[in-house]
Design a protein around this ligand. Structure first.
Ligand code: MSP
Length: 645
């Protein structure tokens, strides 16, 4: 690959950004950073979409001019990107002259060449999506996305999109990489099986004046999507700087959410074709972050503030969670509980623990310097470790090409686990005690090398913490930002360089505190199903309320009667990454030994309580019928701590 031009959608400035917006931008940043690590020149563009009805209405509500509304809101995005460590090369605002002038030139040119014409129009308009639907497209009198529509009849300007339909179908069919993942490609092809209409690209100023004026009709402004999509080429100098434009166009990747598939895979390529330009190489549509059973969005009232998450848990932890917990293309559920689980398992337990124990041993037994490996002493265990780490490098590279970032990260964390096992197996603390210095040096050197390579592979996702770790490993300043060739070869650490334990990289999150805080903060409104159906019926709870219960499997390790209480048993259970003590009123139905070894279901985020002087940190589930009581157990082979949903 000779260069990599990647874009995010440009975000509407009618509201402040939430986790969904942060996700796309972080993903683009991670991909940009990986390409830089591969040595590929990168151009990374993001920005804001500042025209159109939504912004206009937000400004009216706030009692300010639309431009003032944009100027106020844009800084929220810019500040967030700075806080999240986003390394974009350019930030475009659609109210900048470098954009508006190019849009007007494109409009004038298309008009002159007969690609734009005037006609009467009648259709169903969705204000929130800013687009028209035909009668046929409506579902139960609403847009296919479930938004309200109103019937509008007016004279407007149209882009002859239908002219380009056959070309687009041929292009999609002959370029399998153009729309990804496959499911979205099929969706677009399905959409194109119907005859494609022409696209209404104007809005009468009398109805909505906040837009770019049509150069050939001053009574109209340009439809916001026809304006916004052009950002991908106006920002890189289309019609202004031929050389820069040729260097970056066609874009390698437009990253979008699946909500804006048609505009990107139908409108945009046909617009480009009419302009005589090539389509982007890939449009990749990721899924949604769901919360309380619905897409996270301002209108559902179920948003999480990324600034707040970053303040509480650190930018890198947030970036890691978002990248590791979403399989690209599918939806994922955002919960603080899942965040804490993922963080504690991968970052605090595996990576953080490995780094701190190895570096502490180096401080203590090697004078805080990278030890020299003793070649004679490196045997099968070292060879296996090297192979595991090299395997992670190869897998990460392949998974990136296939846009399977979560699986690439899993492979890297797998290598971290291997390294922890290697350290356990070689027990360097015993080697230190018995004075086997040469072997100790070999073991610690190998563990440090593994850390050098995995920290390089994780650097694009967690640039802050991984830079700290790489400095602690004794890497020179010019190696803190990794290069792939150096990650492919073993032995990059120089013996004798100072190495020191960094301050705790990933302090554990106390999950019970997080769950309690999440529940106490709650959300502004019930979301999802409960909201759509109006008020929840008496006696029912919303999905959102249900999703606050954290149910997990637990293995019973110990069970005993509670002295002085005939009905109570005290259980110690394994919840995967911790042990808990529970008190349950089941002694009449179970002898303690009946339960040991069984896998039960526990409410894991219940406030602890003290029952008959014994602390209980959760509750087990049981079915009760008259006097018969039966503890819910889990059949099959699931590890303790598995979420139950
Ligand atoms: N302004 C248009 C895009 C124009 S691009 C030429 C727009 N803006 S938006 O502010 O609504 O942002 C939409 C994008 O934000 C989605 O495509 C997606 O990238 C991201 N997300 C918003 N909510 C999201 C989730 N709940 N989950 C994942 N991503 C989401 O549409």
């Amino acid at each position: 690959m000779d260069r990599f031009y990647i874009t995010t959608p440009i975000y509407y400035v009618n509201d402040k950004p939430h986790i969904g917006h942060a996700y796309t931008t972080i993903l683009a940043d991670v991909l940009a950073r990986y390409h830089r690590l591969l040595g590929v020149p990168v151009h990374f563009l993001t920005g804001t979409d500042e025209h159109g009805q939504k912004v206009w209405e937000a400004a009216r509500k706030a009692g300010v001019s639309p431009q003032e509304q944009c100027d106020r809101m844009v800084v929220r995005f810019q500040r967030l990107w700075e806080r999240l460590g986003i390394t974009h090369d350019d930030f475009i605002r659609t109210t900048e002259p470098r954009h508006t002038e190019v849009v007007q030139e494109i409009l004038a040119d298309l008009h002159e060449r007969g690609e734009i014409y005037r006609d009467e129009y009648e259709g169903w308009y969705s204000v929130s999506e800013e687009r028209f639907y035909t009668e046929k497209e409506l579902v139960d009198g609403r847009s296919p996305e479930g938004k309200p529509v109103e019937k509008i009849r007016e004279s407007n300007w149209f882009f002859r999109m239908s002219r380009h339909q056959q070309w687009l179908v041929d292009w999609i069919e002959s370029h399998p990489e153009f729309i990804q993942p496959e499911q979205r490609r099929n969706e677009t092809l399905g959409f194109l099986r119907q005859p494609l209409g022409d696209l209404c690209i104007s809005r009468p100023k009398a109805r909505m004046p906040w837009g770019i004026e049509l150069p050939f009709d001053r009574d109209y402004v340009c439809y916001v999507w026809f304006d916004a999509l052009v950002n991908y080429i106006s920002a890189i100098g289309y019609r202004r700087d031929e050389e820069t434009f040729r260097r970056w166009w066609p874009a390698d990747m437009h990253l979008i959410g699946k909500d804006i598939l048609t505009t990107h895979t139908v409108y945009w390529p046909t617009m480009l074709h009419a302009m005589g330009l090539e389509p982007p190489r890939t449009i990749f549509a990721h899924g949604w972050w769901l919360s309380g059973g619905a897409k996270m969005s301002k209108s559902e009232g179920n948003v999480t503030d990324p600034m707040e998450m970053a303040d509480r848990h650190g930018v890198d932890a947030l970036r890691y969670y978002l990248m590791a917990d979403m399989t690209l293309g599918q939806d994922a559920v955002f919960t603080e509980e899942a965040f804490a689980l993922r963080y504690n398992a991968d970052l605090a337990n595996d990576l953080g623990n490995l780094a701190s124990r190895v570096l502490r041993l180096v401080e203590r037994h090697c004078d805080g310097r990278v030890p020299a490996p003793d070649d004679a002493g490196s045997g099968a265990a070292e060879a296996a470790l090297r192979e595991a780490v090299a395997g992670a490098v190869v897998e990460m590279e392949q998974r990136l090409q296939a846009m399977q970032l979560d699986r690439g990260l899993a492979a890297v964390i797998g290598a971290v686990r291997e390294t922890n096992r290697y350290v356990d197996q070689c027990a360097p603390w015993s080697l230190a005690r018995s004075g086997e210095t040469a072997r100790l040096g070999t073991v610690l050197y190998h563990a440090l090398e593994a850390l050098r390579i995995v920290s390089g592979l994780l650097h694009p996702v967690m640039p802050g913490r991984m830079a700290e770790l790489r400095r602690a490993l004794g890497l020179a300043e010019d190696e803190v930002e990794p290069h792939l060739d150096r990650l492919r070869t073993w032995g990059g650490l120089e013996a004798g360089r100072p190495a020191a334990a960094p301050p705790s990289l990933f302090p554990r999150i106390d999950r019970r505190r997080t769950a309690a805080a999440g529940a106490a903060r709650g959300t502004a409104k019930p979301a999802g199903a409960a909201k759509k159906g109006g008020k929840p019926a008496a006696g029912t709870i919303s999905f959102r309320d249900f999703s606050r219960f954290v149910l997990r499997t637990a293995r019973v390790l110990e069970a005993a009667r509670v002295e002085g209480a005939d009905r109570l048993l005290r259980l110690v259970v394994d919840l995967g990454d911790e042990r808990r003590q529970l008190v349950a009123g089941i002694a009449a139905a179970y002898a303690p030994e009946d339960l040991v070894g069984r896998t039960i279901v526990v409410v894991a985020n219940l406030e602890p309580a003290t029952i008959r002087g014994v602390r209980s940190e959760g509750m087990l589930l049981a079915a009760q019928h008259g006097d018969t009581l039966s503890v819910i157990t889990v059949a099959g082979d699931v590890p303790p701590g598995t979420p139950v949903s």
